[in-house]
Design a protein around this ligand. Structure first.
Ligand code: GRF
Length: 207
């Protein structure tokens, strides 16, 4: 088989994008981050992509009549490059069936809570406000809902006395940057098996 090609969608800081780029450079990810899709041309992640020599598809949603319109352009960019896996990393837009359907089972997201708790926006603050003692991170497949797709991997993060959003976010982000590249390697090695809502991680397949 040829190169395993990855597209990352991000809207902001890009710490997960950077962790994926670094994992590719140090040989952990046996694949190529071929494209960054970003809806905020000024976002820090765009500069990270430029430095890493990753192609960017930048757009402004307000230039389009509908979400479907810009997603059709994104879909064309993805198929032009033969993208195998879409990795959402802080992409702050809901997706429509234009992208969700063709990439079903090939699109993943990372969320800063133990889903199904605290889905949606501000998950770290939601967990602090609720007063849980344990939160964490979830990598899941993307389906048509908000953070509802089958769970691929989770890691717990303890909430410590005196934690605020900043201190907890730091530990959560550090854990995300470890886990996300690892999960992507499972895909490049053909190890992820989806059965209904259940995901199994198998031994590496021969490619
Ligand atoms: C991460 O916390 C991720 O869980 C959430 O968005 C944030 C993105 O951070 N989906 P970054 O842009 O990768 O630094």
């Amino acid at each position: 088989m040829g190169v395993f090609r990855i597209a990352v969608f991000a809207s902001g800081r890009g710490s997960n994008f950077q962790a994926l780029v670094d994992a590719q450079s140090n040989g952990l990810i046996d694949g190529e981050i071929s494209l960054l899709v970003c809806d905020k041309p000024q976002a820090a992640v765009v500069e990270r992509a430029r430095k890493a020599g990753v192609d960017c598809f930048l757009f402004q949603p307000k230039d389009y009549a509908s979400r479907e319109d810009y997603e059709r352009e994104i879909a064309a960019e993805l198929s032009k490059r033969g993208i195998d896996l879409i990795v959402l990393a802080g992409y702050m837009r809901l997706l429509t069936s234009v992208l969700v359907e063709p990439y079903s089972g090939r699109m993943i997201n990372i969320h800063p809570s133990l889903l199904p708790s605290f889905s949606g926006k501000d998950a770290i603050k939601q967990a602090l406000d609720y007063g849980v003692k344990m939160t964490g991170i979830t990598v899941h497949f993307v389906d048509g809902g908000m953070d509802t797709g089958p769970v691929i991997a989770q890691r717990a993060v303890e909430i410590l006395e005196g934690d605020d959003e900043d201190s907890l976010s730091q530990r959560i982000h550090a854990m995300e940057q470890q886990l996300y590249p690892e999960v992507v390697t499972w895909f490049t090695k053909g190890m992820v098996e989806l059965n209904g809502r259940n995901v199994a991680i198998a031994a590496p397949a021969k490619r």
